[in-house]
Design a protein around this ligand. Sequence first.
Ligand SMILES: [Fe+2]
Ligand SMILES: [Fe+2]
Length: 309
Amino acid sequence: MAKISVLNNLSAEHAGRESPLYPLIAAKTERSAGVPFEGDIFWPACWWGLDRSAVFTRADNEMQQAALAACTRGLLNEAYFIEKSGLAYSAKMVLVAPSTDAAQLYAFIGADEARHLAWLEPFVAADDKTRPQGAFLSFLSSLIEECPPEVMIYLVQVILEGWGIDHYRRLSDGCTHPALAAILRNILKDEALHHRSGVLQHEAVTLIGDNRHMVADALKSYADMVRVGPQNALAAVDAAFCGLTVEERTEVVRALGHETETPRKLALLKELMLQPGMEEVVGEIDFTPLTSAQAAAFHRETAAAPPQS
Ligand SMILES: [Fe+2]
Ligand SMILES: [Fe+2]
C-alpha cells in the first residue's frame, strides 16, 4: 500500500467564477455554478425555533435579521468546508485503495464532493472561503490527515456521511431559497450513497490496537460536540445581540431546540456508531446532553463551535 501524507488545506484560495478554470468546472457541475442569488437569510426564524424565543422576538427587526444572517452564514461555512474536506478525503482514499475497484469508488466520490463544493460556493461569502469556523472542521481535518483508511471508513464515511444525510435533509426541508434547497436535496442523495459504501467496507476486526484507541477518542469527541447543543447558532445570536446574559442564553438555547433536538441527534449518532462489532467501544461513550443551563454556560466559557445547527 502506498505511504502518503495528506494536508487538508482548508484555507486554499477558491476564486470560483473568477478562476480561468471556472468554465471547465461549470461544465462538470450539471447546473450552472455561480447562480446569482439575493439575500443573506435562507433559513427563517421558525426553522431555528427563534420565533419561540422572547429574547429574539422582542428585539428590533435589524437585530433579528443580523442574527438570522449570521446563523445562515455559519451553516453555509460549515457545509462548504465539509465538502472541501471531502476532496482531501477522497484523494487520500484513492491513493491508499487496496484494489482498483476501491480506487474507482473514491474517485467517483471525490467527483461528487467537487460538484457539491461548486454548487455551494456561490452561496458562501468570499471572506469565508478561506476561513473555516469552529472546532469540528479542524477536528475533521486532523482525522483525514492522520487516520489510516480503515479508521476513516468508520469515522468519516459511515458516521459523518450518515450524519450528513439527516443534516442535509433538515437543511433542504427548511431552506427558503428554492435553488439552494434543490442543491441540498441533490447533495443528500449522494451522501446517502457515500454512507452506504462506507457501511459495505466497514470491518470492525481492523479496528484493534492503535486503531481502537483512535476510534474511541474520536467517538468521544463526536458525542461531546453534540452533547453541548446548538452552540454555533447560540454564538451567532449572542454576537448579533452584542452579548446576552446567562439567563437569556439559556432561554435562546432552549428555543433553538436543545432539549428535543440534541437528544434526537445523540440517538442518531449512537445508531450510526453502532455498526457490527463496535458495541463495546460505543458502550463506553456518554450520550447525555448537557442541560440548557450547562449548554448556555459552555458557550460563555469556550466560544468553541461544534458541528450543530
Ligand atoms: Fe458532499
Ligand atoms: Fe460525501
